[in-house]
Design a binder for this molecule. Structure first.
Ligand code: RIB
Length: 335
């Protein structure tokens, strides 16, 4: 049987509330009693029961993070930021991976709510039905969406400037003289990806001589990008530059170029999005749009815990963080 607070109280010769105050640096316990209780607790190997404490305080000191694809290193940086922010408030982070499956995502939501987490961070609700979204918005626990703006009226959001990032990628390729340009991306209902596409396409269309890019949608991962690149180059062999919706997709483009014996940037210029660590390590180092991943995770937890502790239940908050072009070696000038 685990040692309980009652055992520590009996062994120390004080009552339960004194033990609790002594162990939590509470008021009204003299130094000698505190020392005695702490040493008894240590000797008996007593661990406070956080479930029982949560019943009293109404807080579990835990925050849930549901990611859509744990294979994508983007989420490792986001999770680090979130975990650090949670830790500084004495909270733990509970990580769940939905693999972009709506049923799994909803299952994790329910189970996190049953665990009475103080808040939930997730990167999308777009795969959920409207009634499920409504149910979540009214669940009584703060929810912050990461890098999604589609439901900002119901949920708080922390996003990078996805549209601005798409525009930066387009301008970079235009400046290098590219005119046969393509964009490969994930499903069109994916909120942040459509923002990137919009910024990219609009900037190309506003060029002195407007450029109409080929836009291909497919599976939002390494293999999906490899397949899309083959389709693109079969249909449009004159393509000189590709903007991939994120760095993992850019790696799929690199793989397809290798399959076809094409050189990057000699035959094909390539630009990604995210600036994950591997992007500066591959050959050639990938030009990409940096988004502040760690800061996004950190900010999302800060917002979440602030709302959780706010008795006035303020309206959801939206925050947009800046992006930056990381110019490396995967794009070349062609004029
Ligand atoms: O869904 C994951 C992707 O969206 C990441 O690669 C990053 O681009 C995020 O915004």
């Amino acid at each position: 049987m685990p040692v309980t607070i009652k055992d520590v109280a009996r062994e120390s010769g004080v009552n339960i509330s004194t033990v609790s105050r002594a162990l939590n640096n509470g008021y009204g316990v003299n130094a000698q009693t505190r020392e005695l209780v702490v040493s008894v607790a240590r000797r008996l190997n007593y661990r406070p029961n956080s479930v029982a404490r949560g019943l009293v305080t109404g807080r579990s000191h835990s925050v849930g993070l549901i990611v859509s694809d744990i294979r994508n290193p983007f989420f490792a940086d986001v999770a680090r930021g979130a975990a650090d922010a949670a830790r500084s408030e004495n909270c733990d982070l509970v990580l769940c991976n939905s693999d972009l499956d709506a049923a799994r995502q909803m299952g994790y939501m329910q189970s996190l709510l049953e665990k009475r987490v103080d808040g939930i961070l997730m990167n999308s609700v777009s795969a959920l039905r409207p009634e499920e979204q409504k149910q979540l918005a009214e669940c009584g626990v703060p929810i912050v969406l990461l890098n999604r703006s589609e439901s900002s009226r119901a949920f708080s959001t922390v996003a990078a400037d996805n549209e601005g990032g798409g525009a930066l990628a387009a301008q970079h390729l235009l400046d290098l003289g590219h005119r046969n340009i393509a964009h490969i991306t994930g499903p069109s209902q994916h909120g942040n990806l459509s923002d990137r596409t919009r910024g990219f396409v609009q900037t190309l269309m506003k060029a002195p001589v407007p450029v109409v890019p080929q836009v291909l949608h497919g599976a939002f991962d390494f293999e999906g990008a490899r397949t899309l690149t083959h389709q693109l180059l079969d249909r449009h062999p004159k393509t000189t530059a590709i903007f991939a919706a994120n760095d993992v997709m850019a790696f799929g483009v690199v793989r397809a170029a290798l399959d076809r014996g094409l050189k990057i940037p000699g035959d094909l210029s390539l630009i990604g999005f995210d600036n994950i660590e591997f992007s500066s390590i591959i050959q050639p180092p990938l030009t990409t749009i940096h988004q502040p991943k760690y800061e996004m995770g950190h900010a999302a937890v800060e917002i979440l815990l602030r709302i959780a502790g706010d008795k006035n239940k303020r309206a959801p908050e939206s925050r947009i963080l800046g992006v930056e072009l990381m110019e490396r070696d995967s794009c070349r000038r062609i004029l």
